[in-house]
Design a protein around this ligand. Sequence first.
Ligand SMILES: Nc1nc2c(ncn2[C@@H]2O[C@H](COP(=O)(O)OP(=O)(O)OP(=O)(O)O)[C@@H](O)[C@H]2O)c(=O)[nH]1
Length: 478
Amino acid sequence: MSNSPVTQTHHVSESDVDVLNSLSNPSAKVGRKANQIGSRRPSMDPMILALAAAKPPTHNHYQHDWFGMDCTGSKPKRLPTNYQSQQKPRKERLSELKHERKNSRSSVQSVEKQQLPLEVTCQVRTRIPTPHGEVFCHLYTNNHDKKEHLAFIVDPDQLKREHVSSNDIRSRSLDGVRAGESELDRLTRGAYVGKIKRSVNQVNTASTNNLNAMPFALRQENQDRLPPLVRIHSECYTGETIGSQRCDCGEQLDEALRQMFVGTSKDHFSKARGVVVYMRQEGRGIGLAAKLRAYNLQDLGHDTVTANELLGFGADERTYEISASILRDLGLGVGSSGIRLMTNNPDKVSALETEGIPVYDRVEMIPRAWKCSHNDGVSMADVKAKHLFTNPERFSTGGEQTPNIASNRGEEEKDVFAKSLSNAENDSGDEYAQHVLRRSGATLIGAGAAHGDDLERYLRTKVERMGHLLKIPQQNKD
Ligand SMILES: Nc1nc2c(ncn2[C@@H]2O[C@H](COP(=O)(O)OP(=O)(O)OP(=O)(O)O)[C@@H](O)[C@H]2O)c(=O)[nH]1
């Protein structure tokens, strides 16, 4: 092409046209005039040639060595095409990405932490009847993430008392009196003792003149109860809305509440209390969209850990500072008798201990489907507890707060309990297990067991790759 300076490029010389024509239309005659440019339908587009000649970086990541010719001999020889990826191997890129994300997250977190010490505040509390009994739902805000985390408190004794006992699980930040608020404000945000009755006067809402953090008269009581059961539960939209059987989340939430009401030991009534801290950490902290992508990778044959890693995340991205602060706000931190943590996940235990929550004991969460396939089946204590649980009159604490799920269950199910009981002490509870816990497809609150191939794979991966402290039943091993 012409070597004319840029300012003169409007001038097209005949030789330019000849070169262009010979590239774009080899059959065109050489020697046309400058204004007789030939057909512009080339067998080889000069733009592509120009692109190729430009060498990398081109529009994709391969280096196209179009002009690899060996001209040393008499006849020029084309060199073997040399495709060389300019990209690092996928594994390296993902690990760099992961590293970058971690750094940026921890730097954001450390800046936040430096500026603002974590503070959680219970904004509102209300009573929610569930199939297992009445719980107090607490909504928390905090100054580290923009999420509303929840705490469900099972403490039936509180519902019938008009004073606060030192054993009660109550939120300090909720009970504290806020400047300028009225009695009605306190009532509507749930800062009352006992249970709201139709007549507002019957409810104790502390005096607004008293600005102490815990304005209610506190009665010291015997501390001879076991520490409360606590479950740190992570949000799982799919498990908790439609009963997804890719995971055991719906079932675990239900089982945690069930055990908190029923207790696990024989004299369970006085021990029925606990807290489910419901953390908005969908997908083990990677969010819903990424979890759904991970499910597609799982359908391609990857397990739950590898699927997360292929997306550039760790197997588990959760942290537990906020959960620990919520527990402290509920009086379960240092100085308390501690908690009995319901989990199979050793990371949860150590994370809470690092945060200063005394973990008195770990209570394992055996998947219901596995419970049924254990040789020892469901214990008789469980069957009895469930039976008592469905028979309100057997509750020594009286009627009002008694869970009454009998009305939600069919007659058939009640017969199963009756039969299980009539088979007396040597009954392993198999019937209960078969009829109630193995009811397929039901994972929502008050329902039965979840089982299926996807769930089985998920559970096994948690044990085999995430170090969960569970025993895979013999018959479920390959
Ligand atoms: N990334 C990812 N998250 C999942 C998957 N299946 C379930 N989850 C999420 O895992 C979280 C539930 O974990 P947890 O119930 O706290 O269970 P855990 O930490 O595994 O241990 P446990 O306390 O023993 O139950 C929820 O946020 C679910 O959305 C999955 O396949 N991939």
